[in-house]
Design a protein around this ligand. Structure first.
Ligand code: ADP
Length: 851
């Protein structure tokens, strides 16, 4: 078979051992190179060589398992194919390797191995030349390539049969695939003897079969071996076509036939397995779409998309998008729902069991549930729980879902500033997704869950549209039965969903949104309530979370009280829960180690240390570890807050005000000082406009009443501002403050400054002032009172008209505090200073009597 025409391969060839496939002359194959021997070959031969010859290497099929490809060279297959490396690509991921694209040139026989290291090199004998085939025309001249096969009658018949079978096969394939079209074009011009190699490498054959073709050096033998494979493939295709006739569309579908043959580890074949799977997938998707119980418009859209999907080749990116869309549509709970199992009595018990205190909120929630029970399609307002963090808003929402027997899903809206977060992206965008509402429905899998819209007050606004506007549609009972997510593009009925919102403050909720909701204030807890909550809920919960039992850890009430007063200063119980968690962790270590309890608990340590002395390290202490205040200090460190506020009130010009923040009430030290100057008022501490005006009001009122109260400036004159500059400061300077309720505090603070008298150290106050000296009511009284109580203050001055708010305050706290209700500033000043703040006319007789 050898000839002197065309390429003459070198007689010494470096050998590449492949274990992934069999390269045949005339075909191209991608080979992954990662064994040390092959890597070395690529490096020193292919990457360093410069001549055409250096790109020719011998490819020998290696039947050995690549894992065992060790130092020793395996026994080599005697026939190989000389290949020309067309492309070398290197990569370091996941491990260093090269990928070669190699075209088979001709067969060779191994004559002898010349060297083994670092890669094998062998002396070879060329068996045939590719060029020989491509020289068209021959003695017979029967047109085109057929000429290469001459005299031999049997061989000619065989080659003719093979050619016809090849034509038949190509005819059954989809011509829109470029490789198929190319093959059909070339089929007539290719020399017939090349056909067995080329077709054997293209059709679905095993490595073993390819090896048989490779080993058939004799042409007749090669035809005989390849022909049955070709016929088998044709029969297989015929069968497939028959089964597909039911769905004529599918015949047109493109077959993913790749040019160049095989990829590593995967044999090339004309009929991809994926095709069948794909067809199955689409059919099952269609079944699911029909069974999803969608409303008419959604079903229509789905069927349309399905039709499009069927026509689309799988390799198109849009096919995956459409499939995702359909998957989502199928998964959405169009008509799936849970049945409400509401029993008001049970709901009351459950709410009481889950939550201590918060009576008002629980009552309103029960009312809401009761009305729902009586009227199932209630289009009532959306409940919005407003209060400081950690007061149990989310937790009540969860309980509502439990009492109704509904699914619960929390949608956190904090920081959301893009409309598409709520409403989804249009499907035209790359990576488009449905919004959080639709996603939530997909997660819970029913269309009547309880959705908790967390932190509606923290919605942002940006160029991408206003998410609050999108929420309006979601929450409006008149509109939400046909909520359209941009991604779905068909309406979804949200009217069965029970929405509950939570917020820290109502001031930042857009008014239109607030209008849709019924606000339920959840105030902070008193110290005693916190201690109760800790013992009823937080401690048992934390113990369970840390795998401890009450027999191992005990936290007495005193310790909890100390934790609430000296380690946390918050309206809710979240950081209290964290502190309890910290204690549990510390104790868990002790228990796990079976160590002696802390020295501080000497009283109980004796019992506990027994276990250790016994030498059994895993045995927990027998006695519970009791956390007293020394143990508390050991675990949590020194107290973070000091109860003593009196030290700060040692100079005139300081008064304690009460502020309300979204995080609960707070006490605030207002400080004033004066220096010689031109009567300027400086205000610091990031005050808002309303507060600045309050300061002006306070100064004006004091100036106009300076004589009455014997207020003086620095030089003893009767106008406090004459020759004097005043500076008023509100601490926590980095936090913006605003609101009118600091009016009385400013007056008291300045009155103290101008009179040189100290304000009582245990008094705090709140109230708006007018120019005439009246004290007007303010909001957030309960939170403010609780903050004052937390800080250990005793007397509170509040506006007279806030009297009614005191009813909300637990009786024991009311009993501990001395409330002074003030109708005007005179009342305030009298209550704020020891012995009152006497007006001049009243002091006259007193002075006279002294004389
Ligand atoms: P919020 O949503 O108001 O910020 P959470 O509902 O997340 O607060 O509550 C924080 C933790 O405090 C939860 O573990 C909750 O169970 C607990 N908690 C708050 N208030 C109470 C209460 N009154 N009774 C029992 N546990 C409570």
């Amino acid at each position: 078979m050898s000839s002197n025409n065309g390429i003459q391969i070198p007689t010494r060839l470096p050998l590449l051992l492949t274990h992934e496939g069999v390269l045949l002359p005339g075909s191209t194959m991608r080979i992954s190179v990662d064994t040390p021997r092959n890597m070395q070959l690529v490096k020193s031969r292919l990457l360093k060589g410069t001549s055409l010859k250096s790109t020719i290497i011998g490819v020998i099929p290696n039947t050995r398992d690549p894992e065992n490809d060790t130092e020793n060279l395996p026994s080599l297959h005697s026939i190989g194919v000389a290949g020309m490396a067309v492309q070398v690509v290197g990569s370091n991921w996941p491990k260093p390797h090269y990928t070669l694209l190699i075209t088979g040139v001709c067969r060779f026989r191994l004559v002898g191995l010349l060297k083994e290291h670092p890669f094998p090199v062998a002396e070879v004998e060329q068996l045939e030349l590719l060029e020989q085939y491509t020289t068209p025309g021959g003695a017979a001249g029967t047109g085109g390539a057929a000429g290469a096969i001459r005299e031999d009658g049997e061989l000619r018949d065989l080659s003719q049969m093979f050619y016809q079978a090849a034509v038949q096969l190509v005819g059954m394939l989809d011509m829109s695939v470029p490789v198929v079209a190319k093959l059909r074009r070339l089929l007539d011009s290719l020399p017939r003897e090349t056909l067995p190699d080329i077709l054997a490498s293209m059709i679905r054959t095993t490595n073993k079969e390819k090896l048989q073709v490779l080993d058939a050096v004799d042409l007749e033998e090669r035809f005989k071996r390849a022909l049955p494979m070709l016929t088998r493939q044709i029969e297989g295709l015929k069968l497939l076509h028959k089964t597909r006739k039911v769905r004529p569309d599918d015949n047109k579908r493109v077959l993913a036939v790749r040019k160049g043959g095989m990829f590593p580890g995967r044999q090339f074949s004309l009929e991809e397995e994926g095709e069948e799977e794909d067809a199955d997938d689409t059919a099952s998707l269609e079944r699911k779409v029909k069974g999803a119980n969608m409303p008419e418009p959604a079903l229509k859209v789905c069927l349309k998309e399905l039709k499009r999907l069927k026509k689309m080749p799988q390799s198109m990116p849009e096919s995956a998008l459409t499939r995702n869309y359909l998957d989502l549509m199928v998964e959405l709970p169009w008509s799936k729902q849970t049945t409400d199992c509401l029993d008001i009595h049970a709901a009351r018990v459950l709410l009481d069991n889950d939550h201590y205190a918060m009576e008002k909120l629980k009552r309103r929630v029960l009312e809401y549930l009761a009305v729902r029970q009586l009227k199932s399609n209630l289009k009532g307002p959306i409940l919005c729980f407003v209060g400081p963090p950690g007061v149990g808003k989310t937790s009540v929402g969860r309980s509502v879902a439990r009492t109704l027997g509904r699914e619960f899903h929390r949608i956190s809206l904090g920081g959301v500033c893009d409309q598409s977060d709520i409403r989804g992206h249009r499907r035209t965008y790359v990576g488009s997704m449905p919004g959080r509402i639709i996603n939530g429905l997909k997660t819970v899998g029913v269309n009547n869950p309880v959705f908790l819209l967390d932190e509606v007050d923290k919605l942002g606004k940006s160029l991408q549209g206003d998410p609050a506007a999108a929420l309006l549609e979601v929450l409006d009972p008149e509109q939400n039965h046909s909520f359209t997510d941009h991604y779905l593009n068909v309406p979804f009925d949200l009217s069965q969903v029970l929405f509950i919102a939570t917020a820290n403050t109502t001031t930042t909720i857009p008014p239109a949104l607030l209008d849709r909701m019924e606000v339920l204030q959840v105030p902070g807890y008193t110290q005693e309530e916190k201690v109760e909550i800790a013992h009823r809920h937080l401690i048992p919960h934390q113990l369970e979370q840390h795998g401890l039992t009450p027999q191992q850890l005990q936290i007495p009430q005193d310790t909890t009280l100390e934790m609430t007063s000296r380690y946390t200063r918050e309206a809710g119980v979240r950081s209290l829960e964290r502190k309890i968690g910290a204690i549990c962790r510390a104790v868990a270590v002790k228990v796990a180690e079976g160590h002696e309890v802390m020295k501080s608990e000497a009283s109980v340590a004796e019992g506990a240390s027994q276990g250790v002395q016994d030498g059994d390290m895993a045995v927990p202490p027998e006695m519970p570890i009791v956390i007293d205040h020394i143990a508390l200090k050991d675990i949590l460190g020194p107290p973070l807050f000091d109860m003593e506020v009196s030290e700060r009130l040692t100079l005139p010009g300081v008064a304690i005000g009460l502020a309300w923040t979204p995080l609960g009430g707070e006490i605030m030290f207002v400080e004033a000082s004066r220096t010689e100057g031109e009567g300027q008022l400086t205000l610091t501490g990031q005050l808002g406009d309303v507060m600045k005006e309050s300061a002006q009001l306070a100064i004006s009122w004091l100036r106009s009443n300076a004589k009455t109260y014997q207020l003086t400036n620095m030089v003893g004159g009767s106008d406090p501002l004459e020759g004097t500059d005043i500076h008023l400061h509100f601490p926590a300077g980095a936090v913006t403050k605003d609101g009118p309720s600091a009016g009385v505090t400013m007056v008291t603070c300045l009155a103290s400054l101008f009179s040189g008298r100290l304000v009582r150290s245990d008094v705090a106050m709140t109230g708006e002032i007018t120019l005439r000296g009246l004290v007007l009511p303010v909001g957030g009284i309960k939170d403010k009172v609780l903050a004052a109580h937390r800080a250990g203050l005793k007397r509170l001055i509040i506006p007279k008209r806030n009297d009614k708010d005191l009813e909300e305050i637990p009786a024991h706290i009311r009993a501990e505090l001395d409330f002074v209700t003030a109708a005007n500033l005179d009342d305030v000043l009298n209550a704020a200073f020891d012995g009152g703040f006497p007006v001049a006319s009243l002091t006259q007789p007193h002075l006279v009597s002294k004389l």
